[in-house]
Design a protein around this ligand. Structure first.
Ligand SMILES: Cc1cc2nc3c(=O)[nH]c(=O)nc-3n(C[C@H](O)[C@H](O)[C@H](O)COP(=O)(O)O)c2cc1C
Length: 273
């Protein structure tokens, strides 16, 4: 039922805006890869809110297997260092100053087709451009992929981006509205959010909020240690400092953001590793 609702929301968002590599022209391009449609829905929503041109890119040998098959294929490619070839791009990026670059998070960073895109471009093709990352993920990866893009594109101004969990794609229109206005990508005014309060140790009450938000996720998210909070429209946002273990057994510190909106169950919005 929830799955069907998510599909409907995504279909409506996509149908509303994406026409491949078309737009009113102008200096901003939305360039994205999407395997299963979530990032495509986000691209469509950015197009709807900004009016920018939009273009999807892909690799020649598409990642069209199941989730497990894609994981297998990626692991093999990572082991051998193989990067698939990009399909010819349907757009000339030279005419754009700002590129919203969209992708799903794979293995904690931008999906492989972004690597294909960056490798296929002439080294100076993106030089001097402003890049705004946007991504979708199961649990998180916006910060890590943004840092990886900054390292891969030293000649670009890679700005802070926007990311949303697949499970929360329905919240994207409202969150994007704030993100686009706050960062000057669209006109409008919006009430600024207050800063988080100072961190205090978790109590039984805040630990229960963390559990309610995180325990249903398919992978363990960690153990909360400290928490700060702030008011957001309709409720509160918590920023938990948590301890978790990496797949190879190392202790790591993560930040877990949780929204508690009145009348709704707590939900985590992203894990920052
Ligand atoms: C190969 C693969 C690796 C993934 N790795 C991560 C990950 O490291 N972290 C995460 O939060 N989600 C991960 N995901 C989930 C995707 O980021 C998420 O489902 C995304 O919304 C898919 O976007 P799309 O529908 O545009 O393809 C992974 C998915 C795949 C297929």
């Amino acid at each position: 039922m929830i799955m069907n609702m998510r599909k409907i929301v995504m279909a409506v968002m996509v149908a509303a805006a994406v026409t491949s590599c078309k737009g009113p022209g102008g200096k901003t391009l939305i360039l994205y890869y999407s395997q299963t449609g979530t990032t495509e829905a986000l691209a469509a929503e950015i197009q709807r809110q900004t009016g920018a041109d939009v273009c999807r890119f892909d690799v020649g040998k598409a990642y069209d297997g199941t989730y497990e098959e894609t994981i297998e294929r990626c692991l093999e490619e990572r082991r051998t260092g193989f990067v698939p070839e990009l399909k010819p791009l349907g757009v000339d990026v030279s005419g754009y100053d700002v590129i919203f670059l969209g992708f799903p998070v794979w293995f904690g960073t931008y999906a492989m087709p972004v690597k294909s895109l960056l490798m296929s471009m002439r080294s100076d093709a993106l030089e001097g451009k402003t890049i705004v990352p946007f991504c979708t993920f199961g649990s998180g990866g916006l910060q890590a992929s943004t840092e990886d893009l900054r390292a891969a594109l030293p000649g670009c101004d890679v700005r802070d981006g926007y990311g949303v969990r697949t499970a929360r794609i329905a919240e994207a229109p409202q969150e994007l509205n704030r993100f686009l206005i706050e960062n000057g990508w669209k006109k409008g005014s919006i009430e600024p959010l207050p800063a988080f309060s100072g961190e205090v140790p978790v109590t039984e009450e805040t630990a229960a909020i963390f559990d309610a938000a995180c325990s249903g996720y398919k992978y363990p998210i960690g153990t909360p240690v400290a928490v700060g909070e702030r008011d957001i429209p309709g409720g509160k946002e918590y920023k938990f400092a948590a301890e978790s273990f990496t797949p190879d057994g190392r202790l790591s510190h993560v930040a877990v953001f949780v929204n508690v909106i009145e009348g709704q169950s707590p939900v985590f919005t992203q894990v920052v590793r």
